[in-house]
Design a protein around this ligand. Structure first.
Ligand code: CMX
Length: 136
């Protein structure tokens, strides 16, 4: 599998309201979208940096995967997302190579992308997301 590009970097934060001003006022990026992903129990905020996005993730409940991450490790880089073609096929390929899939079939993520996560225990500690924009 050859990823096309880094689609986004997910960053866990306690509060979008408190962290957005850093990205806007210090880094000079523009927050172009805030979206709740109910299924993942997170509120997201997006910034573009060239072709890649920064996705801030604020947990919306205590049992959110992002709340658990912050409780354990504190705020910081949470996952890296690679854009791929033919997501289903890529999932099957990485599974055949011994990687544990969190999502066996793709599901809907923020911005209407099809997404699937690979378990950090089989990706050397980096929670990895594969995603595909089927609207393109
Ligand atoms: N990066 C690296 N390691 C991580 C991690 C992360 N983001 N999240 C959890 N882990 C590690 C934990 O540190 C823990 O390691 P140890 O066993 O060494 O202590 C291990 O994975 C298990 O973690 P846990 O806290 O017990 O949590 P769970 O097993 O319940 O869940 C995971 C872990 C990765 C399966 C779960 O967080 C998950 O399904 N994540 C994918 C979905 C997600 O994160 N959604 C939010 C973003 C959504 C979006 O972008 O739209």
């Amino acid at each position: 599998m050859i990823p096309q590009f880094i689609e986004h970097i997910g960053i866990a934060v306690n509060s979008l309201e408190e962290s957005i001003p850093y990205y806007e006022k210090v880094l000079g990026l523009n927050c172009y979208s805030v979206e709740e992903v109910k299924e993942q129990k997170v509120k997201t905020a997006f910034f573009k940096v060239g072709q890649t996005k920064i996705e801030l993730l604020e947990p919306t409940s205590e049992d959110s995967p992002v709340a658990k991450f912050i409780a354990k490790k504190g705020p910081g880089v949470h996952h890296i997302a690679f854009a791929v073609n033919n997501l289903e096929e890529q999932l099957s390929k990485v599974k055949d190579r011994g990687v544990t899939l969190i999502d066996k079939v793709p599901r809907k993520g923020a911005e209407g992308l099809e997404i699937a996560f690979l378990h950090p225990k089989s990706t050397f500690g980096v929670l990895t997301e594969l995603c595909e924009d089927k609207n393109k």
